[in-house]
Design a protein around this ligand. Structure first.
Ligand code: PLP
Length: 398
């Protein structure tokens, strides 16, 4: 969760004093432009485009990749509904795949679910935890599948030394209020591919209506997802805070994890594809059964430590995507990609509440404790102590 203060207030006041709230009022002197430049510097990628939300960034990424009707896109069954909704927004069909114990896309299941119409995959770095990008890229490259990283929950996270959102063909960030840094609402598309960027640029600005110049890609009409200068001013300050926020989160996550490991308690930490790059938002535990997880959480709560479980995280769990599972997309029936002739050879019938049982099992067996970036070391160690005590008590009682 982000932190915000006087610096953001001053930055917003400065923009208001200029009266230039629109990013194209003075493009290269503006805050949106400055954010894009700063993101490119921080992340080491060639292109960055600010948009109004993480969902818009995903949609622009899919448009940039040329995804549309007749295409399938593989999406993990544990993610915010928007990862799959973005696929439908460009007229394509999402195919769900299981997550593994890291609660990110299982590369083996991704490979199993590939069909003749699969054009892209969206690995989602959930709760700041990186997906296994090496294996995902290996499969994707071998099968000619584009990779759009959903890094909405992992701004600033990395995998083997590379920033998430810059490893695949393109990546999306969200800056909504649940993220590591925030400007209320917002998003960004990151890519090293000029073609993806140019198409996204057209798409996010009604065919580049305001920027008004022609790029090397052919022009087309799009949508309007332009970022404004007030939010960008907040975001620019937030970008400066990112490294510090992540360092604090990771330090506190390590205090909790290290205390648990040192105590050698009968408690299994969930694996991570790269613990160093993990943003440190949560510490996760994996239990043998859902019942064991519930029993553990109840006892830990009695002792003063509240845990959550991803199975209770609402529309992050695919079985709660009622509109999608019931094929209710848009108001006008002709705007529903599930009904389009081009999509009838896509595996629409596989989108059922039963399609990803392993994901449901793993989510039910996982418990998480949130990490607060300003928690003291004592508070972190007290959490660890309660968790170890709970685990020992339960193990002792058989
Ligand atoms: C994994 C994931 N993808 C996409 C999104 C969409 O981001 P936004 O709410 O900014 O549209 C979110 C937002 O919470 C998310 O968590």
């Amino acid at each position: 969760m982000f932190t915000i203060g006087q610096q953001e207030i001053d930055a917003v006041a400065e923009v208001i004093n200029t009266r230039k709230l629109f990013r194209y009022a003075d493009l290269e002197a503006g805050r949106a432009y400055a954010c894009e430049s700063r993101m490119k510097e921080i992340l080491g990628c060639n292109e960055s485009l600010l948009v109004t939300s993480g969902t818009a960034a995903l949609i622009c990424g899919l448009v940039g990749l040329g995804i549309g009707p007749g295409d399938e896109v593989i999406v993990p069954a544990y993610t915010w509904l928007a990862s799959a909704g973005a696929v439908l927004a460009v007229g394509a069909i999402p195919v769900l795949a299981d997550v593994d114990e890291t609660l990110t896309l299982d590369p083996a299941d991704f490979e199993r679910r590939i069909g003749p119409r699969t054009k892209a995959v969206i690995p989602v770095h959930m709760a700041g935890r990186p997906s296994d990008m090496d294996r995902i890229l290996e499969v994707a490259k071998a099968r000619g599948i584009a990779v759009l990283e959903d890094s909405c929950q992992a701004v600033g996270g990395s995998y083997k030394g590379r920033y998430l959102a810059t490893i695949g063909d393109a990546g999306a960030f969200s800056f909504n209020v649940y993220k590591n840094i925030s400007c209320g609402e917002g998003g960004a598309l990151l890519t090293n591919d000029r073609r993806i960027y140019e198409r996204a640029l057209y798409y996010h600005d009604m065919g580049s209506a305001f920027r008004g110049h022609t790029l090397s890609e052919p022009e087309f009409l799009g949508n309007t997802y332009r970022m404004n200068e007030i939010q960008s001013a907040v975001l620019y300050v937030q970008l400066g805070r990112l490294e510090g926020i992540l360092a604090q989160l990771r330090e506190r996550r390590n205090w909790i994890q290290d205390a648990i490991l040192a105590a050698d308690a009968p408690l299994k930490l969930s694996p991570s594809a790269d613990i160093e790059g993990d943003c440190g938002v949560h510490v996760s535990f994996l239990f043998e059964t859902g019942e064991a997880r519930i029993r553990f959480c109840e006892r830990a709560a009695e002792l003063g430590c509240k845990l959550g479980s991803p199975i209770d995280s609402g529309k992050h769990v695919y079985t709660n995507w009622t509109t999608l599972l019931e094929r209710k997309v848009g108001v006008h029936p002709k705007m529903n990609p599930f009904l389009w002739p081009e999509n009838q050879e896509c595996r629409i019938e596989e989108l059922t509440p039963e399609c990803c049982p392993r994901t449901l099992d793993l989510l039910t067996r996982t418990a998480t404790v949130g990490v607060g970036f300003d928690q003291t070391r004592e508070a972190c160690e007290a959490v660890a102590e309660i968790l170890c005590r709970t685990a020992r008590e339960i193990a002792g009682n058989g």
